[in-house]
Design a protein. Structure first.
Length: 188
């Protein structure tokens, strides 16, 4: 059933699962051709939005991996990023000489992911790649291109499958555009 704040469903649960299978195959093939320490990559999810997508990807990746998570702050609520990324919770895993795959729900400006990618390199990572469920290349403020992308979209405000509005609606089983006109008077 469609949530009342949904304007249009862009990608269904089935479409997301199918695309995730395709991406996992590409990732497996990529890492099989690399010299990876102990044949294990480190997949780092950027919480909280990454959870559904990262879980879906992990269901399909066959290459050996470890997982860890970071909490970054770049949104102060609402629908616009602040542009000033900060680490709220760091990972516990040593990244020195590791191949890292950052899992993200959406890339807008790219500022947060550029910050995290550079952060891992300064800590000694051998290689840092990025996978995102949704990419908004028209919103990019930095020269950052994800290595794997589920879907490219325009400038719509999205909800569902990890994407939120003020921490809500992440649990919708699809990616949808939000009817932002309704947000002004919306009562939870």
């Amino acid at each position: 059933m469609k949530h009342p704040l949904v304007k249009e469903i862009l990608y269904t649960r089935t479409e997301i699962a199918q695309r995730s299978q395709e991406l996992a195959l590409e990732i497996d093939q990529h890492y099989q051709s690399q010299d990876v320490v102990e044949n294990t990559i480190l997949i780092v999810g950027i919480l909280k939005g990454c959870v559904p997508f990262m879980a879906e990807i992990l269901n399909h990746i066959t290459y050996e991996c470890e997982t860890d998570y970071m909490v970054m702050s770049s949104y102060k609520g609402g629908v616009k990023a602040s542009g000033d990324p900060k680490i709220v919770l760091d990972i516990n895993t040593n990244v020195k000489n590791r191949h890292i795959l950052i899992a993200e729900d959406v890339i807008d400006s790219g500022l947060t992911l550029e910050f995290v990618k550079n952060y891992f390199y300064t800590r000694g990572a051998k290689d840092v790649k990025i996978i995102t469920l949704v990419d908004k290349p028209t919103k990019r403020a930095v020269d950052l291109v994800p290595d794997w992308t589920g879907f490219k979209v325009g400038d719509e405000f999205l909800i569902g499958f990890g994407l939120d509005y003020e921490e809500r609606l992440r649990n919708l089983p699809y990616v949808a555009t939000c009817d932002i006109a309704k947000l002004k008077d919306w009562k939870w």
